[in-house]
Ligand binder design. Structure first.
Ligand code: GUN
Ligand code: ZN
Length: 386
């Protein structure tokens, strides 16, 4: 495989690692900002100067675009975007799940992504919505797995292919998908169709499906959480063993006038101070940012910096063996996130099998979590895990 992954340090189910794609190397956990060539609020060159080593863009946009298709094919993506790091391309499957039919076949998108020089190629998986029936989910998962097999045949077993793990809201199907992808030799495995869970704050279901996929996957697989963009949930996701995130949130929130923080987002219109020391916030007051003709770009830059900083903080927390403390702090920002966190804590046996530092943190966190969360629990009408 042209993609290999080396685990360096571990804490809870999280790890720091080194992803190697061809000759390019990325420290993980890492964030892949989403680049939309039609609306580049931050250019890939600016991203690089902020320390971004990998980004993701949608091959389907290039495939369909009159403006970008030919230059992508003739010059290649790296030259066209002005970025020499890792470029992952998504297949357009997500558009399929949102807009209905996509006019592209699995082999079309695979060969197109290869032709434009993508570093990580995503087959045309089917992102099954978590409310789908078991029967339909099984059927769609079968199609996704057939397309992964077909991708290996078309591009060859050494191709830099991602294997999206589907299976809707059914943990056993997620586990089976992870196991089969591992057996097929995939080393890069995004967990798909979790956006609807995150959008509706179903963090308990998110924890169940991610941990189920992880259970089936070899621990050596690099795991990307598809479409997870808000920094408030990165610590929890890393604690479950996710290594990569892609984020359009920095840009989407900026367009809505929203300012990201690690514990939620705020409306710029309502801020009297900018509670951040990034270069944007150091050189502008809240009023100046609001009145700037560059407001959306400034917000996007701040949002991206906050997001990247959170990823660095998580890497350091893993090295220091204090990931539990960070997860605990972040998950108190939102009662629904806290429920996801409590779901993770119910995986007692699996957690207890982790290393010495985690166990200490785990016992500490469990001891502290119960009394502190009673008010949240009452508000959520939930039960306290035993
Ligand atoms: N982006 C967000 N979710 C998904 C998914 O399930 N599959 C693919 N290919 N892209 C995504
Ligand atoms: Zn800032």
């Amino acid at each position: 495989m042209a993609i290999s992954f080396e685990i360096l340090e571990e804490d809870i189910f999280g790890r720091t690692g080194r992803l190697k794609v061809g000759e390019k190397i990325l420290k993980t956990p890492a964030l892949l900002p989403v680049v939309n060539p039609h609306l580049p609020l931050i250019t890939p060159a600016e991203m690089k100067s902020l320390g971004v080593g990998a980004l993701i863009t949608n091959a389907y946009i290039f495939h369909r675009s009159k403006e970008f298709r030919e230059p992508a094919l003739t010059r290649g993506l790296h030259d066209l975007l002005g970025f020499d790091g890792i470029i992952m391309t998504d297949s357009g499957s997500f558009q399929l799940s949102v807009y209905g039919d996509v006019e592209v076949s699995n082999s079309d998108t695979l060969l197109f992504q290869q032709s434009i020089g993508s570093d990580i190629i995503v087959p045309l998986d089917i992102p099954t919505h978590p409310d789908t029936s078991r029967e339909q989910t099984e059927k769609e998962l079968g199609t996704t797995m057939d397309r992964l097999r077909e991708a290996m045949e078309i591009l060859g077993p050494g191709a830099p292919l991602a294997a999206p793990i589907q299976g809707g809201a059914f943990p056993d199907l997620r586990e089976q998908a992870g196991r089969t992808a591992g057996e097929m030799g995939f080393t890069f495995t995004p967990i798909g169709a979790v956006v609807p869970l995150m959008e509706s704050y179903r963090y308990e279901d998110l924890v169940r499906v991610v941990l189920a996929a992880k259970k089936g996957l070899p621990s050596s697989a690099c795991v990307h959480l598809f479409g997870a963009g808000h920094p408030v949930m990165f610590a929890l996701a890393v604690a479950m063993g996710c290594d990569l995130f892609d984020s359009a949130a920095y840009a989407l929130y900026a367009k809505e006038g929203r300012y990201l923080t690690t514990h939620g987002s705020k409306k710029l219109a309502e801020l009297s101070e900018l509670p951040c020391s990034c270069e944007v916030c150091r050189s502008h007051s809240a009023d100046e940012m609001r009145q700037s003709p560059e407001k959306i770009r400034l917000l996007a830059r701040h949002n991206l910096i906050v997001t990247l900083t959170e990823i660095s903080r998580i890497r350091q927390a893993i090295s220091d063996g204090v990931l539990w403390e960070l997860v605990d702090e972040r998950c108190r920002s939102h009662p629904r996130l806290l429920r996801g966190y409590r779901t993770l804590l119910t995986y007692t046996e699996e957690l207890a099998a982790r290393d010495r530092i985690s166990k200490r943190g785990f016992l500490l966190v469990r001891a502290c979590l119960l009394p502190l969360t009673v008010s949240h629990l009452v508000a959520c009408r939930s039960t306290i895990p035993s």
